[in-house]
Design a protein around this ligand. Structure first.
Ligand code: NAD
Length: 325
């Protein structure tokens, strides 16, 4: 397994947290069955395999599989050295309905205690307000963040983040939150082959000194051979264009996921790119993609050519997103 240990994944600093995270992070939402039923033992093996091959960053939420992802990840983490793992989970989102969001101080405080238990750890490295656009942003600023700051002073959590789809929601909170109360931003589906709108916010985030995590580089399954799950919010037009891009890449000898992940990983301002994974094979595939993409400073001519062709196919749907919150 460790024959390729010399080829380690690069690490990047996570903003001003002092943490260093692997450029490729393990998105644990599939461990909760978000993308279809999974074999729990295989999922735990995937986490162990990822750690052995240099992934140190693992992200989950009580929402994924309605606590199942945290429980399965917790079982896997028991066998790993805690201080060498950067663990992030979330508060505030517990289901799909508006009423399943609760960013009150009382709920998020209880939520952290529940997550610590399910994850079987004594502290969480990064706790994130999950999908803030569904909450009241004034409450996030004036109630949720202070509650999390209190948990930080008790040592239960180390750093605080915010996640969501609309990039303006991050600005709203970061413009109003006291300095030092938000350390990390997790954006998703905004730095991938079909949508690069995150670029417009990078200078602002840099100025704020927050660490930047890019999640869903495969746009939650749009940029895969098999296509997205039924619940995917993309319009039929976007789905059709992504499928055409995948078919074209395949005809040119490329897997759209490898092409897409390589593209996302080359963005140096992103500390870690989180991909959803649940098997050893996918972990290997994505680590190999990362090593290939970051192994040389220039994109090989044949890859650049296919990337340009795929960009043409995706041009009519470029930066198209969907409503959230
Ligand atoms: P993703 O873009 O990483 O896509 C995941 C899907 O792609 C899964 O079906 C997975 O099996 C498949 N896949 C992964 N590697 C593949 C490969 N090499 N070939 C073919 N298919 C492959 O989307 P995601 O899982 O939604 O995002 C990654 C992680 O980011 C999540 O698990 C979660 O931890 C985090 N995230 C957080 C938020 C938030 O906080 N609001 C939102 C989205 C994602």
């Amino acid at each position: 397994d460790d024959s390729d240990a010399a080829l380690r994944l690069p690490m990047r600093p996570l903003g001003g947290t002092g943490l260093k995270v692997s450029v490729l992070g393990f998105g644990a939402s599939p461990l909760g069955g978000t993308f279809g039923a999974i074999d729990e033992a295989a999922g735990i093996d995937a986490v162990h395999h990822a750690f052995r091959r240099g992934i140190n960053f693992f992200d989950t939420s009580p929402y994924y599989g309605l606590t199942k992802s945290e429980t399965v990840l917790g079982r896997a983490l028991r066998d790993l050295p805690r201080s060498e793992v950067v663990l992030s989970t979330k508060v505030g989102r517990y289901g799909v309905d508006q009423r399943d969001f609760d960013f009150s101080a009382k709920r998020v405080t209880a939520s952290v205690a529940e997550s610590l238990e399910r994850l079987q750890v004594s502290y969480i490295d990064v706790i994130q307000c999950h999908d803030i656009e569904f909450g009241d942003l004034e409450q996030i600023v004036h109630e949720t963040l202070p509650a999390l700051a209190a948990l930080r002073s008790q040592g239960l959590i180390r750093h605080v983040g915010i996640t969501g789809l609309p990039l303006e929601a991050f600005r709203y909170v970061l413009d109003r939150a006291p300095p030092g109360s938000v350390d990390v931003v997790l954006s998703y589906c905004h730095y991938c082959l079909n949508d690069t709108t995150l670029l417009g916010s990078l200078p602002y985030f840099r100025a704020k000194g927050v660490g930047i995590i890019n999640a869903s580089p495969l746009s939650m399954g749009l940029l895969t051979k098999g296509g997205p799950p039924d619940w995917h919010p993309a319009s039929p037009q976007l789905r059709t264009a992504a499928a055409a891009a995948a078919a074209h890449a395949a005809a040119r000898g490329w897997d759209i996921s490898s092409l897409g992940l390589g593209f996302s990983l080359r963005q140096p301002d992103v500390s870690s790119t989180l991909v959803g994974m649940f098997t050893r094979e996918t972990v290997d595939e994505n680590i190999n993609t990362a090593l290939r993409a970051l192994g040389s400073t220039e994109v090989a001519a044949d890859e650049a050519q296919v990337l340009a062709e795929v960009a043409d196919i995706l041009a009519p749907v470029r930066d198209l997103t969907w409503p959230s919150g």
